[in-house]
Design a protein around this ligand. Structure first.
Ligand SMILES: [Zn+2]
Length: 218
């Protein structure tokens, strides 16, 4: 009997990398990517940017279009510091998938506001709540977007909501593997504390936190 996790991973492995990635390819060596969803946030994002700069780390920020409109200066800071911008839809309102027309419009609106402010359209997409289906993958692909899930996470937004920052930080330190794509949220107040723990630990392990994005963002 195959476990649901085995079946899910087997199905994912059959989808071409141009549509979906959830872990860095083997060519990425000992690289890890930190990804931040649901920003830009007025309070938390600037703190995270300082931490990333201190450790010379390049991350991916999957921004919500509506928040880009709300906090253009914070968004500008992310861009100026050379981080990669990904699309996390414009409204991020839905808990379940809306009609495909609405879903696509939300992706396109986010592409537009990012292009308006940076001159470039993102090529990476993270669906709200990580929900994917063959249709969402295809819709994203029609906009030149590759869907990026994750292989490790803080879970501070939901699955590990009850845990302290220190518990989450320790768990990440103990479970992080080369080629992981790590999900954190730059609108969550625990995250700067988690970062304080994991950045020095990963540096000690000589994990490359700067170049991993090139492996999925040619
Ligand atoms: Zn989100």
């Amino acid at each position: 009997m195959f476990s649901p996790g085995y079946i899910k991973n087997t199905i994912k492995s059959l989808i071409p990398d141009s549509f979906l990635v959830h872990r860095l390819p083997s060519s990425a060596g000992n690289a890890v990517i930190l990804t931040f969803d649901d920003g830009p946030d007025e309070k938390i994002t600037p703190r995270i940017l300082e931490q990333l700069e201190e450790y010379n780390v390049h991350a991916v920020f999957f921004v919500i279009g509506e928040k880009v409109a709300m906090f253009p200066n914070i968004f500008e800071m992310i861009v100026q510091r050379g981080h990669t911008i990904g699309n996390h839809t414009y409204s991020h309102h839905y808990k379940k998938i809306p009609s495909f027309k609405v879903y696509l419009r939300d992706i396109i609106r986010c592409q537009q506001i990012i292009e308006e402010k940076t001159g470039n359209k993102p090529i990476l997409y993270r669906p709200p709540a990580g929900f994917i289906s063959p249709i969402t993958l295809l819709l994203a692909r029609t906009q030149g977007l590759k869907t990026v899930l994750w292989s490790n996470e803080g879970g501070e937004w939901g699955v590990n909501k009850q845990d302290t920052a220190s518990t989450i930080g320790n768990r990440l330190i103990n479970t992080l593997q080369p080629r992981d794509i790590v999900l954190l949220h730059d609108n969550n107040e625990k995250v700067p504390f988690i970062m304080e723990m994991i950045l020095p630990a990963l540096k000690n392990r000589s994990i490359d936190l700067q170049h991993g994005v090139h492996a999925i963002c040619p």
